[in-house]
Design a protein around this ligand. Sequence first.
Ligand SMILES: [Zn+2]
Length: 494
Amino acid sequence: MKLLPLSCVVLAFTVVHAFRYEDLVEHVDSHQEQYVQVLREWVAVESDSSDVSKRAELHRMMNMTADKLRAMGGDVMLVDVGEQELPDGQMLALPKVVTAQFISNPQKPTVCVYGHVDVQPGKLEDGWATEPYNLTEINGNLYGRGVSDNKAPVLAWIHAVEAYQALNMELPVNVKFIIEGMEETGSNGLDAMIVAQKDTFLGDVDYIIISDCGWLSLRPALTYGTRGNCYFSAEIQGPKQDLHSGVYGGTVIEPMTDLIGILDTLISPTGKILIPGIREAVAPLSDEEWKTYQDIEFDVENFKNKLGVSELMYNNKVDLLAHMWRYPTVSIHGIEGAFSAPGTKTVIPAKVNAKFSIRQVPNLDPAVVEKQVSEYLQAAFARRKSPNKLKVTMLIGAKPWLADTQHGLYEAGKKAVKRVFNVEPDMIREGGTIPVARTFQDVTGKGIIMIPIGGFDDGIHSQNEKISRYNYLEGTKLFIAYLHEVAQIQKSGV
Ligand SMILES: [Zn+2]
């Protein structure tokens, strides 16, 4: 007799929290035209954060995002993160950061979804086949600037919450959003906001979710690491003005020759970083990691063809993935002051400034790397006995991010992927840098997961960016399933 009331309670509990996944899926499928329409409206806003003349559009985009979340009953704030100084000294208001919360029950765990609604520049004349700000569907792909990076993933999260609401289902966890508008130009103001809201908006957040990356192949993936980046400038100043190579060539030690000479000491033709201390500091590749890479779906030939090269630095999958994700590399990006126009100008540039960067991985420390690079280049320059002046400056020092894949967040991710796609996800890392992940990690100390829904061939930051309708819709279902799975972490105490 004593057991009866208890079982009734258990039954009632089960009924209230029944996860009607099929109903949610049916809701997503039947609302797909609306989802595409909202995406069309969002893509139509030229929220290019790098173009200051588009700043009004960016503000409009933030307001649209806030309005959408407010209409769903969210507790929404537009957080002022200050101004940015333009090169001419003029001050320009930064787009406000949108925060929103949907609190279903303070006893439940709380997730915070981060995303951004600013985009890279996009112009038809850059080689787009369709108007970049006019969402165009071709063969199941939705083309438009910013669709995959990051407007559709942000909308997929919003629609996931909306689907629960539409079906009168309590959200399995509390959901918060932080949506910014300066990601593509370095997230100005965001770090300070995260620090300022550490104990307020972020105080009760248990987990942070970022969906600002893509799959590696057709197989869904969970992302557990990103590389950081140390970005340098190396400036060499020679004569006080540019010279004619016919008149003065052979009489002066040319800054460009010095610069090319020292740049060539950074990395060997086979990709070995030559700066002492960097390779030695890199975390060793464990057997387990090697095994993970071995299991990942990745076609070396396809990759090679996609890049249009006859040979890669490595010709096997594990080495390629490892060098894409977990080893540092040097890239030389450009030289300011160099003659680069068409024609045959016979100039000796007086001052040249090279930009190069070194991707950061565990256990490199940007502060140490800065010192190593600076000392190494100064020594290489000194050996040339040049009278010119070298100045090395680190412009960006972004740390890498690496998550613990044993964390319940990743188990929940695997279950959600399995439910929606009926496959195991690839466990991947990103070669690029998403500095906000590291900021969240350092400031909040909470578990972080990246759940991408973009396709491997979405062409983000490039011409003809797209997301497939399939990824957009199934991605929405994935987020719906994930909210359910993440609630189980607490219950089972994983
Ligand atoms: Zn992005």
